[in-house]
Ligand binder design. Structure first.
Ligand SMILES: *Cc1c(COP(=O)(O)O)cnc(C)c1O
Length: 396
């Protein structure tokens, strides 16, 4: 990797997105690296002078080039692409813990990550203490001599909380643990988490990194030592990314900075616009001064992201009518694609909680999460104002 001239650390993020991991130019060679669908590669023994290549090992050319691009964007020594965001999270946690070890994690986590920590890892002797990530003393207080990993996620789903990484980092350092962070909602365009002391930067690449809602993938970036450990575990559990998905992910990542600039801009403009719309009780976006973490977000992030949430007057029924009266935006889970998607946490990520439990998390009925796509702002406003009118109209 260090011999690749495309990984010159002085280059900017947009240049890395286009060029890092690309094959060196040679007359007659392809400008875009081909998809290498071969599971295995000619190799007769160590005398061949190269590593044994095998697509489950994560060293197929497409797997390697997308990993190099991820490392360049995150500014880390190394990176690894995996079969899904959950593969990235589970392989990282399994690589860094053993039976008897302890994890300190934010209470605000993606649902499947929360389930992994609270139900699956305990079966393997690994326990987790969940903390309120907004309480700066909670992180340190929850660590024990057995703590190996401190895990944070930001911005969180669906209330888009942006917590200071500092207290989690200090707790990890004083416990001799690694700091892992799921930065799916932020992307390396809005924050290079390694610069904030994150040792394992994790993504569901299914979302913004891929960016086109057409693949499932995950990524972890960090030191060469960490990535070697995660790769070793990935080979055994079989969580490597398919070369076709790796190729598609790399193709999507070439436009990541361009897409994020527009996601950031349109989401902030829409958030401000929603504040003036009758029938919208609350607008949640870290770029708004009304957001509880606005100052922290302004300090840590280069952009506020493409996600925003609204709470409609009229509760769940109004939210159902809103989602059923959109012409442009589609009702579907997931996020980070070029198309605008809306979803209601009470039907998706938070379906297992009671309304009262959701309320304490700030997810009142009427809550709609919006993944703002790349469409024209004016068209989105027209679509959303029609849907709010339909949501209100039927409520009267
Ligand atoms: C979607 C998501 C995941 C899981 O990713 P998959 O690619 O679906 O496995 C993990 N964390 C966050 C924050 C997510 O949004």
């Amino acid at each position: 990797m260090d011999t690749d001239p495309n990984l010159n650390g002085k280059r900017g993020l947009a240049t890395h997105a286009v060029h890092a991991g690309q094959p060196p130019a040679r007359p007659g060679g392809p400008v875009v690296a081909p998809i290498v669908r071969s599971s295995t590669f000619h190799w007769s023994g160590p005398g061949d002078g190269i590593d044994l290549l095998y697509s489950r090992y994560g060293n197929n050319p497409n797997q390697r080039s997308v990993a190099a691009k991820i490392a360049a964007l995150e500014g880390t020594e190394s990176a690894l692409a995996l079969a899904s965001g959950m593969a990235a999270i589970s392989m990282t946690l399994l690589a860094t813990t053993r039976a008897g070890d302890h994890i300190v994690a934010s209470r605000h986590l993606y649902g499947a990550t929360h389930a992994l920590l609270s139900h699956e890892l305990p079966r393997r002797g690994i326990t987790t203490t969940f903390v309120d990530p907004g309480d700066p003393t909670a992180w340190r207080a929850a660590t024990t001599p057995a703590t190996r990993v401190v895990l944070i996620e930001l911005p969180t789903n669906p209330t888009l909380r942006v917590f200071d990484i500092g207290p989690a980092r200090q707790a990890a350092r004083s416990a001799g643990a690694i700091l892992a962070a799921d930065m799916t909602f932020a992307t390396p365009v809005n924050i290079r988490a390694a610069e904030h002391g994150v040792d394992a930067v994790i993504h569901s690449a299914t979302k913004y990194l891929g960016g086109h809602s057409d693949l499932i993938a995950g990524a972890v970036a960090g030191s060469a030592e960490l990535i070697r450990a995660v790769t070793k575990v990935m080979k055994l559990y079989g969580g490597s990314i398919d070369p076709q998905a790796a190729w598609l992910l790399e193709r999507g990542m070439r436009t990541l900075p361009a897409r994020m600039e527009r996601h950031n801009r349109t989401a902030l403009a829409l958030a401000r616009w929603f504040m003036s719309i009758e029938g919208v009780r609350q607008v949640i976006h870290p770029g708004l001064t009304s957001h509880p973490d606005h100052e922290c977000a302004a300090r840590m992030l280069d952009g506020y992201g493409g996600m925003l949430s609204i709470v409609l007057d009229g509760g769940g029924e109004a939210a159902d009518r809103f989602c059923n009266n959109l012409a442009l935006a589609a009702a579907a889970p997931s996020l980070g694609g070029v198309e605008t998607l809306v979803s209601q946490p009470r039907h998706t990520s938070h379906v297992d909680l009671s309304p009262a439990e959701r309320n304490t998390l700030g997810i009142r009925d009427g809550f709609v999460r919006i993944s703002v796509g790349l469409e024209d702002l004016e068209d989105l406003k027209a679509d959303f104002s029609g849907a709010v009118a339909a949501a209100l109209g039927a409520a009267v």
